[in-house]
Design a protein around this ligand. Structure first.
Ligand code: ATP
Length: 269
C-alpha cells in the first residue's frame, strides 16, 4: 500500500503561549487514523506571514500529498492564514463569489441582518484558484487549493467549525483520492518478559510487517512479573489480506512469547 504524506499546520499565537490546548491537532490525527492515514508532522506556528509561509514551503518540499492548515480564517486583523498563503505562492487574494454566497446564506438562514462590512468580506477573499468549503457551524468557509503536487486545505480554528468542515467536505475528498483503507488495531498484554528483552524481537517484527505500526507500552511490574501492552496497528487496501496478515503476526508473537516462557493475551482493539 502506497503511503501518503499528510501534514497538519496549526496557526495561532495562543497555541504557542499555551493558553489554548491544541485539541484540533489530536482530533485531526484521530480522524485521519480512522481513514487509514497517519499524520507525518504537526507544526504549530505564530500568526505571522513569514512563519506561515515557511511552514507551507517546508511541507510542500517534503512532497506532502495533503497539507491541512487550521486557524486564522476569521474576520479579525490577526487572521492572516489565507493572506500568508497567497503571498507565499505569488497569488492574489480575490473575492470568491461562492464563498461570499456561503457567508450571505449563513447570515440569512439565521435571520441575521448583518451588513457586508470589510471584515465580513475578508472571509470571502481567497487565494486565486481556491475552492471554498461550506461551513455549517460558522461564517468563515474552509478552502481547498492545489499547490504544486499538494492539496492544501484551510480550516477555521474554532473546534466545532473545523470538525464540521472536515466531516462534511474533507473526509470525502480524501477518500475519493486514496480509496478505502482498512485498519485493524489489537492490544496484546505480555507478561513475564521485560521490554528490554523483547526489544530485538519487536524490531524484527516491525521489519517483517512494514504495513503495521508496532509499539510497546511498558506497564511496570505486578507481583514481581513484568507487564507490557503491545500495540499493533495495521492498514491495507485489501481487507482479507489485512486480516490474514494480522492473524499471522499475532501467532508469530504467541510462538515467541511461549518459547520464552511468558504469557500473552489479546486484551482489546
Ligand atoms: P474565527 O472566525 O473565530 O476568528 P479562526 O479560523 O480565525 O476563526 P482562530 O481565531 O485561530 O480561528 O481561533 C478561534 C478559536 O478557536 C479560538 O478560541 C482559539 O483558541 C480556538 N482554536 C484555534 N486553534 C485551535 C486548536 N488548534 N485547538 C483548539 N482550539 C483552537
Amino acid at each position: 500500500m502506497e503511503s501518503l504524506r499528510v501534514e497538519l499546520i496549526t496557526v495561532g499565537h495562543e497555541l504557542l503561549t499555551g493558553s489554548t490546548v491544541n485539541t484540533n491537532a489530536s482530533w485531526i490525527g484521530m480522524s485521519l487514523s480512522k481513514l487509514g492515514l497517519t499524520l507525518s508532522r504537526i507544526t504549530v506556528v505564530d500568526d505571522r506571514v513569514d512563519e506561515i509561509c515557511s511552514s507551507l514551503n517546508e511541507a510542500i518540499s517534503r512532497k506532502s500529498s495533503f497539507i491541512i492548515f487550521v486557524g486564522g480564517l476569521g474576520p479579525t486583523h490577526d487572521d492572516i492564514t489565507l493572506e500568508a498563503i497567497a503571498k507565499c505562492i505569488g497569488k492574489k487574494l480575490v473575492l470568491n463569489k461562492d464563498a461570499l454566497h456561503m457567508i450571505r446564506e449563513y447570515y440569512r438562514e439565521r435571520k441575521l441582518k448583518l451588513r457586508m462590512t470589510k471584515e465580513r468580506l475578508k472571509m470571502a477573499m481567497l487565494p486565486e484558484g481556491s475552492i471554498p468549503l461550506r461551513n455549517r457551524k460558522g461564517t468563515a468557509p474552509g478552502i481547498q487549493l492545489g499547490i504544486d503536487n499538494s492539496l492544501v486545505f484551510c480550516l477555521p480554528g474554532v473546534p466545532r467549525e473545523m470538525r464540521s468542515i472536515f466531516n462534511t467536505s474533507i473526509k470525502k475528498i480524501i477518500i475519493e483520492r486514496i480509496g478505502t483503507i482498512y485498519r485493524e488495531r489489537k492490544l496484546v498484554l505480555i507478561e513475564g518478559i521485560p521490554e528490554s528483552s523483547l526489544a530485538p524481537f519487536i524490531r524484527k517484527l516491525q521489519k517483517s510487517y512494514p504495513e503495521a505500526y508496532v509499539k510497546s507500552h511498558p506497564k511496570g511490574y505486578h507481583e514481581g512479573i513484568s507487564r507490557l501492552v503491545l500495540e499493533l496497528d495495521m492498514r491495507a487496501s485489501d481487507k482479507e489480506k489485512l486480516e490474514r496478515r494480522l492473524e499471522e503476526m499475532i501467532s508469530t508473537i504467541k510462538d515467541y512469547i511461549k518459547n520464552k516462557g511468558g504469557n500473552l493475551k489479546v486484551i482489546g482493539e
